[in-house]
Design a protein around this ligand. Sequence first.
Ligand code: AMP
Ligand code: GLY
Length: 425
Amino acid sequence: MNILVIGGGGREHAIIKKLKEDPRAERIFALPGNGGIAADAECAGVSATDIPGILAFARANAVDFAVVAPDDPLVLGAVDALEEAGIPCFGPRKNAAIIEGSKVFSKNLMEKYHIPTAACRIFGAPGEALAYVDECPLPAVVKADGLALGKGVLICETRESAREAVRSIMEDRIFGESGARVVIEEFLTGPEVSVLAFTDGTCVKPMVSSMDHKRALDGDRGLNTGGMGTVAPNPCYTEAVAARCMEEIFLPTIRAMKAEGRPFRGCLYFGLMLTPAGPKVIEYNCRFGDPETQVVLPLLEGSLLEIMLAVSQGRLADTPVRFRPGAACCVILASQGYPQKYDRGFPISLPETGPDEYIYIAGASERDGQLLTSGGRVLGAAAVASDLPGAVERAYALADRIHFDNAFCRRDIGRRALAAMKEGK
Ligand code: AMP
Ligand code: GLY
């Protein structure tokens, strides 16, 4: 089978490494991939959002199955285009990817189907939004409607900062057209949990839970990033919480999307907050999380390809989705300066990996056989062990064997999870 993976970050590297384990995978292509992914897949210089280019590549290379991983091509309709060309895909169609593409859509969906989430108001004009800001509860959470590279959420402690947020999103359009509408919502508290779930539109099978670390610096300080590290499972996500999420959130969401004529097939990401009033949805993503995937897939037992085929063929109910016991941790090595300005082009030296150790390349190019840094998040060092303390220790031991100039990482990935485990005992 010839498989095409759209995307070119650490998440896609993790997906490709897992797909490769299935003997049915003959050739794996990545568009655009990156210098590190090139060790595991044939990369070509077609952008993940160039849908005509992707179609032409798929036809020319006899692609049998495509996996569309990032949000942008999903929201643009890459799956629709590939399926119309007769190429089966893993990933939602455009009319279902809107669950991430528009926060106004997802908030309205949750309200209509009584799915627990933060109370909110939606505004299409800055004047009304600014008037509401004069009286809304604080802190207020101001969100741009559309995609904003994970930066479209502003938590505002004061009315002045909330006004500033509305003005910069709606008037200055710092996120472009994504800011034509805003959602202003209630500030929730509690531990955050990421749950990725396979769904074929009817059946939903959650994967092992995880915890992201979004801030750049230790102690959850510094700017928001795409994610500086992850652990799985998330100790706050007990069996009782999982059962409640299935009844109150996962199944109602899948049924709601189907009832709306927008069946969701692919990986649906539930960003949850475990509030004192129960689990609530903070956000939906229409895809695998990055870097959650880098800890979830190493724990997946059996063939990812088989599950993805089952999802695309509507037979997930008959396909087992199992995770091994134990835990995983992924530490992101980034370029000094990320998420703002940083230098690139530094040679990366990689160690040999042992069993249950993985290096997922996110931002690197290759020149004459040498990997060079090319992104803010350069790579993830991930490891699996029998328990969370062991996984954290192994991931850091691996990270410390990787070298490039200007590298930095958080030194406290997993610390909050380990503290939650101790409290739980
Ligand atoms: P998002 O881009 O939607 O994942 O939001 C980024 C982060 O903002 C989340 O991971 C939360 O930590 C925080 N956040 C978003 N919405 C809320 C909310 N209603 N209350 C508290 N924190 C929130
Ligand atoms: N790690 C969060 C995301 O993928 O959006």
